[in-house]
Design a protein around this ligand. Structure first.
Ligand code: PLP
Length: 377
């Protein structure tokens, strides 16, 4: 196997799910979003492990992601969070994906596709209470719910919304989330008032698990927390709520391919941005931006080898990068290197250096990295 690989710690995944389960108490269901290949972790194995650990549903963004899970033998209910293209509707129905319905036109199309397949397809109504993305307006919810319920080929099985700032403990954001939840509750009441059952009601992403118990209803949809990170930005005010102890599931590992002596004044990598300030040793690591290690970490980041952190030297290349071991290296060829996760800080460390979020770091891990699932780590 290639020296560079992703270790996916399923034991940590299970513990993270347990920690969330502890927090949400009697909320009946957890739905795990496994979109974007389970945030880069490898959707089939993550899905399987999560289902064994008490998650009851999965969610994907693309029909092709649902197809992969079904091919791998996963039979659990799968929500389809994004809108499929018209030519994908037949496949979505065939796979039994549960679409989130936004408008009458889509409801009509999916009803027709289900009828053609001779199926009665469960669908969820999506209400836009302030995310500003998919979903009907709250004042359209009753009419759309009634339209769905009136279709023989559809089963009105759930009602959802999505929160825009649930991960921000600042007062203004808490108020905004409160307003979203009020609009959602009013819509639910109107739906019930019209004699319809809104089915499984869900709104909470990771932020709402941490900060908004009022958003839990009867199913929650945490992604990031289950993969081991808090969605609360590091620069945000400290929340008054207790944190949930979660551990990063993904670990990026490589091994030292080569150790070389460098003399003062010699340069490393493209652009000659790093010049040895003294005689030193450089290790070449077989990992680069072609694996998903962001090039903008060049000169900005350290990796763990044995028990010490060593800084990157020079630009990250597509397939390789270099670290400065200093004049008396305690590192030898083929030593294990942890880039993030495991015994090193998680993907939130490079994310905060780059002013982005851990989601983006883990999602960008390239397909050429083997995902390895250690049994007892
Ligand atoms: C991705 C997604 C989630 C999960 O969000 P996290 O911030 O990872 O918890 C929940 N709901 C919807 C609709 C999503 O698209």
């Amino acid at each position: 196997m290639r020296a560079t690989r992703l270790l996916i710690h399923l034991d940590r995944l299970r513990r993270n799910i347990g920690a969330i389960r502890n927090r949400i108490g009697s909320v009946p269901e957890i739905c795990l979003p496994v979109k974007a290949d389970a945030y880069g972790h490898g959707a089939p194995r993550i899905a399987q492990a999560a289902l064994e650990a008490g998650v009851s549903r999965l969610a994907v963004a693309a029909v092709s992601e649902g197809a992969e899970l079904r091919r791998e033998g996963i039979e659990a209910p799968i929500l389809l969070l994004s809108l499929p293209a018209p030519e994908e509707l037949g496949e979505a129905v065939e796979l039994g994906l549960i679409p989130l319905v936004n408008d009458r036109e889509f409801a009509g199309q999916i009803a027709r596709a289900a009828r053609q397949a001779g199926k009665r397809l469960p669908v969820h109504l999506k209400i836009d209470t302030g995310m500003g993305r998919l979903g009907c307006r709250p004042n359209e919810a009753v009419e759309l719910a009634a339209f769905i319920a009136a279709q023989d080929s559809l089963e009105y099985a759930g009602t959802a919304t999505h929160l825009a700032v649930s991960d921000d403990p600042a007062e203004a954001s808490r108020r905004y989330t409160g307003d979203q939840l009020t609009r959602f509750r009013e819509s639910l009441e109107a739906i019930r008032g019209a004699g319809l059952d809104p089915g499984v009601v869900h709104a909470a992403n990771s932020g709402a698990i941490l900060l908004h118990p009022g958003a839990w209803f009867n199913m929650v949809r945490p992604g990031l927390l289950i993969y081991g990170y808090s969605p609360i930005p590091p620069e945000a005010p400290i929340p008054k709520e207790a944190p949930i102890p979660v551990e990063p599931v993904m670990e990026l590992r490589t091994r030292v391919a080569c150790v070389k002596r460098f003399y003062r004044g010699e340069s490393v990598s493209y652009g000659r941005t790093w010049i040895a300030p003294e005689d030193t040793f450089i290790a070449v690591l077989p990992v680069g931006y072609g694996d998903g290690l962001p090039r903008s970490l060049s000169g900005n980041f350290s990796v763990l080898i044995r028990d010490a952190f060593y800084p990157l030297a020079g630009r990250i290349c597509m397939d390789q990068c270099m670290v400065n071991l200093g004049p008396e290296p305690a590192v030898t060829r083929w030593d294990e290197v942890t880039v993030f996760g495991g015994a090193a800080p998680g993907a939130d460390a490079p994310a905060s250096i780059l002013n982005t979020i851990p989601y983006e770091i883990t999602c960008n891990m390239n397909k050429r990295l083997p995902r390895v699932y250690p049994l007892h780590t």
